[in-house]
Design a protein around this ligand. Structure first.
Ligand SMILES: [Zn+2]
Length: 351
């Protein structure tokens, strides 16, 4: 091996000299910080300055310790996941084009995005969260119509044709959808109003962002609103990110401060290099209209992720227009010394 090859290799593996000049303002970890703190580590020792914690896992203790270690706490806010709610409130169960309650999409069960009581419920939950805790941001999670995008073979059903959705669609668009059964109305919509229907569905997610933003403005103005979301490009799976999940980047970029594409390469059956390609795509597509803080995979699922592989996806996740980075999950990093060291080395070099 020549000296130049050795340097090039070291550069590509560990970030190298070029990466050392780079700054990444937000260096995060996702999930409860407990496993990290249990190792005896402190956040600044590893360059971590942001914790992304499930809303129900946030406590005054976590906030105080994070602040003491000069880190901000962001709340993950489960938005359109239905599990635990729709069983007791079946009116919010997503309805498919057959007029049936949609089955779970592998492990995920969504909720109807228009059901008024469900919207009120989430609004109330955010109110409670922000009344209690001084968080730096709220990150909407599961912000999509019922589907499963984390699998190599995604589950992409057509929903939701419940009365609430079909009547709101008619009211909002001024269109009439005749039919005496859900099945008939669904066929009319998919047959004759397809483009308007897709756009209207995207609009419902925008309404969610606006609704949560209104709570933020009232309770803690200045708190960031972010979204964890499907990382697919406009072309992937025949446009399913917009067509089925209802995520329209241009519409959402007006409402959301931070986009966090979930670039889980191994879970989604992609190569590590895809992380860099995907972040590059989002960088071009967003054109600076919102911040870009990708979340990469550290978790051994469905196969082992070596410290070197984790190092590489973390590094690639912070390329392009990304000004923040985090990984899924804290536990996966804290339980593996190699991954912990890789994170610390990169984060310290970016701080
Ligand atoms: Zn519905």
């Amino acid at each position: 091996m020549t000296r130049r090859t050795a340097i090039a290799l070291a550069t590509s593996v560990f970030g190298g000299s070029a990466a050392q000049e780079k700054k990444v303002p937000i260096r995060g970890m996702y999930a409860s910080p407990k496993p990290f703190w249990d190792t005896g580590a402190r956040l600044p020792d590893y360059g971590v300055n942001a914790l992304f914690v499930h809303g129900s896992g946030i406590s005054q203790e976590v906030i105080e310790r994070a602040h003491k270690e000069r880190a901000q706490v962001y709340a993950e806010f489960p938005t359109l996941n239905g599990k635990g709610y729709i069983e007791k409130h079946p009116e919010a169960w997503p309805v498919n084009e057959q007029g049936e309650r949609a089955p779970a999409a592998t492990w995920f069960m969504g909720a109807c995005p228009t059901e008024p009581k469900f919207r009120e419920f989430r609004k109330w939950q955010l109110n409670v969260l922000l009344s209690k805790f001084d968080v730096a941001g709220v990150f909407m999670d599961y912000v999509h119509w019922h589907a499963q995008f984390e699998d190599p073979n995604p589950v992409l059903p057509e929903t939701c044709f419940c009365d609430s959705c079909v009547s709101k669609f008619q009211k909002d668009t001024g269109r009439t959808v005749p039919g005496s059964t859900v099945r008939e109305r669904a066929a009319r919509i998919l047959g004759g109003h397809d483009a308007a229907w897709r756009t209207w569905r995207c609009r419902q997610l925008v309404e969610w962002a606006q609704m949560l933003r209104a709570v933020i403005r009232e309770k803690r103005p200045g708190t960031l609103l972010g979204a964890y979301h499907c990382p697919w490009t406009d072309e992937d799976f025949n446009g399913a990110r917009r067509r089925i999940l209802g995520i329209d980047i241009d519409m959402l970029a007006n409402e959301v401060d931070v986009f966090s594409p979930m670039v889980y390469h191994a879970i989604m059956g992609r190569a590590p290099e895809w992380v860099g390609e995907n972040v590059e795509w989002w960088s071009r597509r967003l054109q600076g209209r919102a911040k870009l803080w990708p979340i990469v995979q550290a978790l051994d699922k469905p196969r082992e992720i070596s410290p070197l592989e984790f190092n590489n996806v973390l590094r690639l996740g912070a390329t392009g227009a990304a000004t923040g980075i985090m990984m899924f999950t804290v536990q996966a990093v804290a339980s593996n010394k190699g991954k912990l060291e890789a994170m610390g080395r990169l984060y310290r070099s970016w701080s």
